[in-house]
Design a protein around this ligand. Structure first.
Ligand code: B12
Length: 224
């Protein structure tokens, strides 16, 4: 008989989504606001732009334009899977924010790239988290092994050299500089093809989001 985790993965695959690992919370952790009673978590996300065609078909069926459509679609799809498997669905945009990146590091053994986005050994920077399933019992997820961190072997670090306003540096992310440039007269390449620094990364290029998808995310990020 197929186990619970395999069945959930199969249900998510119908919409191009994948399980991104999971773990049992430590004693006391379930008391964190937003987690009440949860004993374990499975992260749901994507490798490359796999959910995009599913999302587009859903969006075409909507009677009118929706604010934050990708979040809405993710909540709908992941919420339905949660209901079928007795879980509670949460979203990375739920407030107060839940620590998705910390969960991801724990679940998949990933580390942040110089851009802050987590570096995946296969998908590079081309992956995301769309939600999580919280359970009131423990799951049988294998503990994550620390993944190979490709940035350690990357000497040139083109990701820190391609942004015209140097939004990313060792000092962190200069949000306002990035926004000002993307919205300004010279921001056309970022608006149509996505973040130049992210695109400069030599890893996981087979999973790179198509320009159309990157333009969609950039428009949402910079409120274009
Ligand atoms: C608020 C927010 C932002 C804000 C504030 C950022 C900040 N430093 O405070 C702004 C608008 C600037 C932002 C920008 C971006 N974000 Co953001 N952001 C979030 C959000 C919704 C909440 C963060 C939070 O406060 N969490 C609560 C604390 C307790 O949890 P934490 O795990 O410790 O969170 C810390 C980090 O997440 C960090 N942070 C926030 N955003 C980002 C983005 C990156 C890449 C990194 C490294 C860190 C970081 O700030 C948190 C507080 O210290 C998360 C989703 C989530 N729920 O975590 C996405 C999230 C972290 N962002 C993400 C991304 C991709 C981005 C952008 C690349 C733009 C984009 N959406 O395409 C940029 C890059 C910014 C950067 N390098 O710092 C992804 C990261 C995925 C990944 N593969 O690693 C997340 C997980 C959303 C998702 N659905 O996947 N973000």
């Amino acid at each position: 008989m197929r186990g619970r985790i395999e069945s959930i993965a199969a249900a998510l695959a119908r919409d191009g989504l994948i399980l991104r690992g999971g773990f049992n919370f430590a004693d006391g952790e379930e008391a964190t606001p937003g987690l009440s009673g949860a004993k374990s978590v499975l992260l749901v996300g994507q490798a490359g732009a796999a959910p995009w065609p599913h999302f587009l078909r859903w969006r075409e069926r909507q009677a009118q334009a929706i604010a934050n459509p990708l979040d809405t679609w993710s909540r709908e799809v992941i919420g339905a899977v949660a209901q079928d498997f007795g879980a509670r669905a949460v979203s990375p945009s739920d407030k107060p924010y839940l620590p998705f990146q910390q969960w991801a590091m724990r679940a998949e053994g990933l580390k942040p790239s110089p851009l802050g986005i987590l570096m995946h050994p296969l998908y590079g920077l081309w992956h995301a988290y769309r939600g999580a399933l919280l359970f009131e019992d423990e799951i049988s997820a294998r503990p994550a092994e620390v993944a190979i961190h490709l940035c350690d072997a990357c000497v040139e670090k083109p990701c820190l050299k391609s942004c015209p306003v140097e939004a990313y540096s060792t000092k962190g992310f200069a949000y306002q500089s990035c926004l000002g440039h993307v919205r300004g007269p010279n921001g056309e390449p970022c608006r149509t093809g996505g973040c130049l620094d992210r695109n400069a990364c030599p890893y996981g290029t087979a999973y790179r989001y198509p320009a159309e998808v990157q333009a969609f995310h950039m428009a949402a990020f910079a409120a274009l």
